[in-house]
Design a protein around this ligand. Structure first.
Ligand code: NAD
Length: 373
């Protein structure tokens, strides 16, 4: 099994798909691990560490990828990178199929067996492979720090000789994996946290972190633990209650998402106009268009004395731990199928079936197949 780790080429990407420690674990299973020279540099893993873990280094990415049995990546490959793979090669990483129809077609036509972490079933057994969750958790922590940094207010309560400062109120919109970590981090910084999610199940999770759930009277639990899209009436009701809470906040952190779709617009221009001067919105959903109407993805703007920050690729800003956890997800996904240095996928395994995007000249994920045609 020739397992190849190319250097990420996506602009600004600092993660690597396999850290030296996990590269070593694959080598112990008999895999021949090949890592592009300096692939780990921006996540602070040196070439020497990879060599010490029994991986070999390569300079010619085109050549290494053309001989690869398995390629592991963080970001989706470029079309040019797919061209390098040989028929039947296995590819694992984030593939963002709904955003990359051309890539999906190319993977299908080149008969690549591709697995997308976005398609991994959210079942207990697959938790250790869940790269969406590991990276969302890192992003949630980081956006909380960004909010504390950009707000013109203290987060904790402070009792000083000059008087007492009340703790900041933070509103977290979307209490999924990222939102819950943002809540936990803001709590650790001493803020009073209120959270909002349309899934009824979020209440218990939010309260277990010592935060309060904002009840708008709208429940939109959808299939598989995800949210469904809301009706117009539900959106209006949600907005009215939410506006009151946002107006009282020093920071608003938005993380709401619907898989495979643009982010729902939740924080309106009118809500921003009602916010306190010096407050901040950090919009983690900027990547898929933003939860705030005014968010400009990748930019920090000021509107009506409120900072609106729309960071992109947030997990990459904590590259060591993001790469370490991602590598473990990769290992937990692939290693059960590696025996005596060979990869034998079990096509009866639910995780393999559901995570598969393309195989043997076909698009295996039905919604993508319908969208791509
Ligand atoms: P996500 O990133 O798709 O969405 C983030 C949050 O935004 C979700 O909680 C969603 O309900 C919320 N949201 C969507 N539209 C909204 C709106 N209009 N207003 C307010 N909130 C809105 O979700 P995620 O973080 O990847 O996880 C979603 C669910 O899956 C969670 O319940 C999580 O606990 C669960 N999960 C289960 C497993 C597992 O069992 N293996 C693993 C990971 C996540």
């Amino acid at each position: 099994l020739r397992l190849v780790v190319p250097k990420e080429t996506f602009p600004g990407e600092r993660r690597v798909a396999l850290d030296p420690s996990v590269a070593g674990r694959f080598a112990k299973l008999g895999a021949e691990v090949q890592v592009e020279r300096s692939a780990g540099k921006s996540s602070h893993f040196s070439d020497v560490q990879y060599e010490e873990a029994s991986a070999s280094l390569f300079d010619d990415a085109a050549q290494a990828m053309s001989a690869a049995d398995v390629v592991v990546k963080v970001q989706p490959p470029t079309l040019e990178e797919v061209e390098r793979l040989h028929e039947g090669a296995v590819l694992l990483g984030f593939l963002a199929p709904h955003r990359n129809p051309e890539l999906v077609k190319r993977l299908r036509d080149k008969k690549i067996t591709s697995f997308a972490f976005e398609l991994l079933p959210r079942i207990s057994r697959a938790q250790s492979m869940d790269a969406l969750s590991s990276q969302a958790s890192i992003a949630g922590y980081k956006v909380a720090l960004m909010a504390a940094e950009l707000a013109s207010f203290f987060f904790p309560m402070l009792t000083t000789a000059a008087g007492t400062i009340r703790p900041a109120k933070v509103v977290v919109v979307g209490a999924g994996v990222a939102g819950l970590q943002a809540i936990a981090t803001c709590k650790r910084l001493g803020a009073m946290v209120e959270a909002y999610d349309i899934r009824a199940a979020a209440k218990e999770q939010v309260e277990s972190l010592g935060a309060k759930l904002i009840d708008t009277g709208v429940d939109a639990s959808g299939q598989g633990g995800y949210a469904r899209e809301l009706t117009k009436e539900e959106i209006a009701k949600q907005a009215e209650v939410l506006a009151r809470h946002i107006a009282a906040a020093s920071a608003v952190i938005t993380t709401a998402a619907i898989p495979g779709r643009a982010a729902p617009k939740i924080v309106t221009k009118a809500m921003v106009e009602g916010m306190k001067a010096g407050s901040v919105i950090v919009d983690l959903a900027a990547e898929s268009g933003g939860n705030c109407e005014l968010t400009e993805p990748g930019k920090t703007i000021e509107y009506n004395d409120v900072i609106i920050h729309g960071p992109l690729n947030v997990p990459s800003m904590i590259p060591v731990h993001a790469s370490e956890t991602y590598s473990k997800n990769v290992f937990n996904f692939l290693s059960p199928f590696v025996k005596d240095g060979q990869l034998t996928l079990d096509w009866n395994d639910e995780v393999v079936i559901k995570s598969c995007l393309t195989h043997d000249g076909a698009i295996r994920h039905e919604p993508t197949r319908k969208a791509v045609g």
